[in-house]
Ligand binder design. Structure first.
Ligand code: PLP
Length: 392
């Protein structure tokens, strides 16, 4: 019985394959809309000034690299909680742990949800590709519903709400707090309230993936819908990623929070997070979380960071508006792109269209048609819109 030959073939990540293709294209005007990170007007993903300042401070003051434990840094967790939740929510019924990025926060969440064999998680399609893998790996039952239609650029509200109506008490529902990946589609305040009502009536457990706070409408606005649902829920989980909001991608910084009915319950939630952390990565890396805590604990650094985040957001918004103005002339439904939020939108392009854009125009995006607007410079919008418009 062999080990390696018996393993299943694993397809390479299509986005990594795209990055390789882009790197080996020597046309000077090539454009990368596939990348999943923020880029500034020069096409760079710089270290934020607030982060640099915090790193400088840490370099001068940090006096130990000793272990910190599977729960991570409690100061980071409580400072982050102040940013993600509203005042009335930060009580003894909320607790969390630091995790290696949003991915590990989702993985720990999946682990505790999977403790009940009967529980399913409801996932809208399309969603971030890794969601399926994370929930499937722990053996959680996955149920899907159509969330978004690229042809009409509309959220399929009725399908989503009726999926939640058909969920069983105790089932989990996965929701993107804002800046939906890959569609950018925003959920209106009325629909958030409708979700909250169903969650409360049916006893569902919302799992929020909060990976882009501050890159949508505003740092506080990006979690308002989430707050509506959390206030209605009996129990809930929130997975936070600091990768995008602090541009800390490779530092693997995030947190998983549980909201429950008592301090005892949330302590049990956290203890189970810590158990699963210990059994996989043992404890999270310290640096990114120390940086975030150092930024959030100091009013000056926090303001610098909030301002930097606002300028990232307004750059994305400017590109979004310009692109929408041009693309909607070719296809009126694309006027909806202007109302979407965050870095991504999902264009109604076929894989053949996408190959054509890559081979003829040097414009790179994955086969899904997801474009990262932050991959564009303002002066490229016209050229890209023309190339795409001819195919619509
Ligand atoms: N959730 C969504 C929707 C994402 O797009 C990403 C990253 O791309 C993550 C979670 C995970 O981010 P992290 O790099 O912090 O693990």
């Amino acid at each position: 019985r062999t080990l390696l030959a018996a393993l299943p073939d694993q397809k390479p990540d299509p986005l990594l394959a795209l990055i390789k293709k882009f790197a080996s294209d020597d046309r000077p005007g090539k454009i990368d809309l596939g990348v999943g990170v923020y880029r500034n007007a020069e096409g760079k993903t710089p270290v934020m000034a607030a982060v640099k300042s915090a790193e400088h401070h840490l370099w001068e003051t940090q006096d130990s690299k000793s272990y910190i434990g599977p729960e991570g840094d409690p100061t980071f967790v409580s400072l982050l909680a102040q940013e993600v939740f509203c005042d009335g929510m930060v009580t003894e019924n909320l607790a969390g742990v630091q995790t290696p990025g949003g991915t590990a926060a989702l993985r720990l969440s999946a682990e505790i949800l999977a403790h009940d064999n009967d529980r399913s998680i409801w996932i809208g399609t399309p969603t971030w590709a890794n969601h399926n893998a994370i929930f499937a790996t722990v053996g959680l039952g996955i149920k899907t519903y159509r969330f978004f239609d690229p042809q009409t650029q509309a959220v399929r509200v009725d399908e989503m709400l009726s999926a939640f109506e058909s969920a069983k008490c105790g089932d989990a529902i996965l929701l993107h707090a804002s800046c939906h990946n890959p569609t950018g589609a925003a959920i209106s305040a009325e629909v958030w309230s409708a979700i909250a009502e169903i969650v409360a009536r049916k006893g569902l457990i919302p799992l929020f993936d909060n990976a882009y706070q501050g890159l949508g409408r505003g740092f506080a606005q990006d979690v308002e819908g989430m707050h509506t649902v959390l206030k209605a829920a009996d129990e809930a989980i929130v997975a936070v990623s600091c990768s995008k909001s602090f541009s800390l991608y490779r530092e693997r910084t995030g947190a998983a929070f549980v909201l429950g009915n008592s301090a005892t319950d949330v302590a049990r939630g956290v203890a189970n997070f810590a158990y699963h952390a210990r059994a996989s990565y043992s404890m999270p890396p310290a640096h990114g979380a120390a940086v975030v805590a150092t930024v959030l604990a100091d009013a000056g650094r926090r303001k610098l960071w909030i301002d930097e985040l606002a300028s990232m957001r307004s750059r994305i918004f400017e590109i979004r508006t310009e692109l929408t103005n041009r693309l909607s002339a070719y296809m009126p439904q694309l006027a909806a792109v202007a109302d979407q939020e965050g870095m991504f939108s999902l264009l109604p392009l076929t894989p053949e269209n996408i190959t054509h854009l890559r081979e003829v125009h040097g414009i790179y995006m994955p086969d899904s048609g997801r474009v990262n607007l932050a991959g564009l410079r303002i002066e490229q919008v016209d050229q890209v819109s023309r190339a795409i418009g001819q195919l619509l």
